[in-house]
Write a protein that binds this ligand. Structure first.
Ligand code: ADP
Ligand code: MG
Length: 261
């Protein structure tokens, strides 16, 4: 469904992604986990075509989007829903208008049909009777829910989440995690979630991909990752638990022997 082949990207001479390979299977939740500043958002923006790689291929449903022109890229982007790190709601629009936005942009549906979808999606994320509210009146968790309702408005086949629970308290985090799992079960869409939270990752992932020094260094199910004897994987988890932010924490990818998948 999504295949990244030898993706490299540098900013101002700094290599953020380094011949990164990753296969993302359809109809399941893949969590890409890595430390802060490690290139997770950059990777996600490549998948949706907001950033072009310096080299490599990004195959979405059999099409390489790395070299598509802007018009074709816009077409491809309709397959995606995206929940940005800060929910990215339009502050001057009501909740209802926010969720309706992609439907107005990309479909010919009538106002009545759009209203029905808006109510259905808000209901799905556990929000009722708030279409008239402004984003500024909402809590952080509710804003994320509205962002999620907007991301699924067009019933996309692929939904990308950039750190959906960062900045939320533990109770709110768990409720958003549960929502992600239940919506994926219902929609059977392909979910790609970026995280630096190992607990959250174990809770929601079907597959976990570890990003380290610009490469995916290990891929596995939560059980495989949790029970791995590989010293690199164990160290990676330990560092994430400790909240280590320094990329050069002494873990060497050579030491690992874990294959990039
Ligand atoms: N548009 C950009 N221009 C220049 N540097 C960027 C840009 N986007 C990201 N970077 C740099 O790439 C690195 C990875 O960033 P990012 O993907 O946001 O990390 P994270 O894993 O925390 O999401 C950082 O050093 C960041 O400063
Ligand atoms: Mg980020």
């Amino acid at each position: 469904m999504i295949k990244l082949i030898k993706i490299s990207k540098s900013f101002n001479g700094q290599k953020v992604l380094n011949e990164l390979d990753l296969d993302i299977d359809p109809e399941e939740i893949t969590v890409i986990i890595g430390q802060s500043g490690g290139g997770k958002s950059v990777l996600l923006k490549h998948i949706i075509g907001l950033i072009r790689p310096d080299s490599g291929q990004i195959i979405i449903d059999g099409v390489d989007i790395a070299n598509l022109n802007d018009k074709k890229l816009t077409e491809t982007r309709k397959k995606f829903g995206m929940l940005f790190q800060d929910a990215a709601l339009f502050d001057s629009m009501t909740v209802g208008e926010n969720v309706a936005f992609p439907l107005k942009e990309h479909t010919q549906l009538s106002g009545k049909e759009i209203n029905k979808i808006v109510n259905d999606k808000l209901n799905l994320v556990g929000l009722d009777n708030i279409t008239h509210k402004m984003p500024s009146e909402l809590s952080g968790g509710m804003r994320k829910r509205v962002g999620l309702a907007r991301a699924i408005a067009l019933d996309p086949k692929i939904i990308l989440f950039d750190e959906p629970t960062t900045g939320l308290d533990p109770i709110m985090r768990d409720s958003i995690d549960r929502l992600i799992v239940s919506i994926q079960k219902r929609t059977k869409a392909t979910f790609v979630v970026i995280s630096h939270d190992i607990e959250s990752t174990f809770m929601i992932a079907h597959k976990i991909a570890m990003l380290y020094q610009g490469k995916i260094v290990a891929v596995g199910t939560p059980d495989e990752i949790r029970s791995s004897n590989n010293s690199f994987v164990r160290r990676f988890i330990k560092d994430l638990k400790a909240g280590v932010r320094d990329q050069g924490s002494g873990v060497s990818s050579q030491e690992s022997g874990v294959r990039a998948c």
